[in-house]
Write a protein that binds this ligand. Structure first.
Ligand code: 2RA
Length: 339
């Protein structure tokens, strides 16, 4: 038993991870529709021992759907999300299309579940809930427990973002380029305009008039919305690095009230969805490979910020799987809150 589901963008990296997470967590559903573009319609997929044929996404796809998980890009979400809501579907949208719309909850279940408390399944009323950007989710899973205790007044984030954030094709290109470079061949650059293997570059998102790119401003704006705090000062530098599927982020926090590193470590050790990897003697700290394909976000390098007076500043280093907790797991957890 359970709700009827639809997965929109099922052939993409996040779409496939939706299915993995739904299965891993035994999400209850009475039916599931696999939806994709015309190009992918007709493909056969096996899910939980049953064979499905991918259907083309149309305006009529949501007639009998209770919950739809979207990850097919902003334009598809804009075109079909509102149509699904009109049919009474609750849409959990992984795109950036609606994240900053005032009455659309932007939710990390461990962080701000109350933001979607008014949305109920089964009353025939559709709704739209936005999944935050992956680098925002990963950062705030660690920063929020500390914020709740000592109120963050300023957050400086430097991200080291994996290929998966640019899609499955970017992951394939990273692998191809790595082979090519090792074989002394010129790298194939289709997804990115420059060599990615053995290199790193400023995130590929468009640069805005203030010199920040869209990825950086997502972190700034989404943090303020999720924390419901327009006073917190946030700045970010987002970099694409040659790593497959997990983001790493260096986070500097300034607090309104002092927070010493031991207390911070204790808070993080008790934080939901967070694991502390902070072994100074053996220099063992979070790595993208360690967190890949896992649910938890790992945090380490927990230390007082020596550039600040007393315990008003803290440095941490966070790693999280971009496709899982950064996208699919977070969205499925949102859907679980509707059950
Ligand atoms: C990235 N945050 O990593 C984006 C994916 N949504 O490029």
């Amino acid at each position: 038993d359970g709700p009827s589901l639809a997965v929109v963008g099922v052939t993409g990296a996040v779409g496939q991870e939706f299915l993995s997470v739904l299965s891993d967590r035994d999400f209850p559903y009475r039916s599931i529709k696999l939806l994709a573009s015309k190009r992918s319609a007709g493909k056969e997929m096996t899910f939980e021992g049953r064979n499905y044929v991918v259907e083309e996404l149309t305006a009529d796809s949501f007639d009998d759907v209770d919950i739809a998980l979207f990850s097919a890009g902003g334009s598809i979400s804009k075109q079909f999300g509102p149509l699904a809501v009109e049919k009474g579907t609750i849409v959990v949208d992984n795109s950036s299309a609606f994240r900053m719309v005032d009455d659309v909850p932007l939710v990390i279940p461990e962080v701000n579940p109350d933001a979607m408390a008014h949305i109920k399944l089964g009353n025939g009323k559709g709704a739209l809930i936005a999944n935050p950007n992956c680098s925002t989710i990963i950062c705030l899973m660690a920063a929020t427990p500390l914020h709740r205790r000592a109120k963050v007044t300023r957050m400086v984030v430097s991200t080291y973002q994996a290929a998966s954030g640019a899609g499955a094709a970017a992951m394939e290109e990273l692998e191809l380029q790595t082979r090519e470079v090792l074989e002394g061949k010129p790298p194939t650059c289709n997804i990115f305009s420059q060599q990615y293997a053995f290199n790193l570059f400023s995130h590929n998102a468009p640069i805005l008039s203030n010199g920040y790119n869209e990825e950086e401003m997502k972190l700034v704006k989404e943090t303020r919305k999720i924390w419901n705090d327009i006073t917190v000062r946030v700045t970010a530098t987002c970099i694409r690095v040659p790593v497959m599927r997990a983001h790493a982020e260096s986070v500097n926090l300034q607090f309104e009230t002092p927070l010493d590193e031991d207390t911070a470590r204790e808070i993080l050790e008790n934080a939901p969805g967070v694991v502390v990897i902070d072994d100074r003697p053996s220099n063992q700290f979070p790595t993208p490979l360690e967190v890949s394909n896992k649910d938890d976000v790992a945090v380490g390098r927990i230390r007082r910020d020596v550039s600040q007076d007393g315990d008003s500043g803290l440095e941490i280093f966070v790693c999280g799987d971009q496709i899982r907790k950064g996208a699919a797991l977070n969205a499925v957890q949102i859907a679980e809150m509707l059950l």
